[in-house]
Design a protein. Structure first.
Length: 217
């Protein structure tokens, strides 16, 4: 079971690849807040209504399902995450409630992976020191880590693989799913798909895409 944030679902839906989830046969769990973000709100927008319909079909087909996060766990994760990094003595707000709810589901239900394209939340879980450097560059000021808060957060949030839409699509390519969907073959299919996800907001570098193209046959 995979817990997903809205960012990855949006990236994949924007590029007409929602069918990848169904082809892979994975079960994906989201919070009601994520459902609102990817279906309810965009349904009223001319720009994003089609994207919302694609994602809504995944719920109808049982590929995606919603589950309410434990409020106490959510509040704990939100408080810890937003007190780990400090600049000039002031704590930085790193994640929002929706992302904290998703992490709460990961903790409560023992998910196999956490699917999220957004860089900040991913690095909070995977690599806080890299996030510190990223935040320092963005703030143009030294960002400090509250070590005791980070230790508490690390012990509270389970060590679970964090994946992006690009990992999902790369795996689909290896399984021959993209070739069938696009009726095309070769590395150009993978290159085009990963590049489209980057342009849609997935936090992946061109160097990482080049690495995918080298190692995936």
């Amino acid at each position: 079971m995979i817990v997903a944030d809205s960012s990855s679902l949006i990236s994949i839906a924007l590029n007409c690849m929602s069918g990848v989830f169904q082809e892979l046969g994975v079960n994906i769990l989201v919070t009601p807040a994520v459902y609102d973000e990817v279906v309810t709100r965009p349904s009223g927008s001319r720009k994003y209504a089609l994207e919302a319909l694609r994602i809504k079909k995944l719920f109808s087909d049982g590929v995606l399902s919603t589950l309410e996060a434990d409020q106490k766990v959510t509040d704990k994760i939100l408080a810890l995450s937003n007190s780990v990094f400090e600049v000039k003595g002031k704590a930085l707000k790193i994640i929002h409630k929706g992302e904290a709810e998703a992490l709460a589901l990961v903790k409560t239900f023992g998910a196999d992976a956490f699917l999220i394209d957004e860089r900040t939340t991913r690095l909070v879980v995977e690599d806080p020191n890299s996030l510190k450097n990223f935040l320092s560059d963005r703030a143009k000021s030294d960002v400090k880590i509250n070590s005791s808060r980070l230790a508490e957060l690390s012990s509270y949030v389970p060590a679970v693989p964090v994946i992006r839409s690009t990992e999902i699509v790369a795996y689909a390519y290896e399984r021959g799913i993209l070739d069938r969907m696009l009726k095309a073959s070769g590395k150009k299919v993978l290159n085009a798909s990963l590049s489209a996800l980057k342009f849609s907001g997935c936090a992946i570098t061109w160097g990482e895409i080049d690495e995918y193209l080298k190692i995936i046959s």
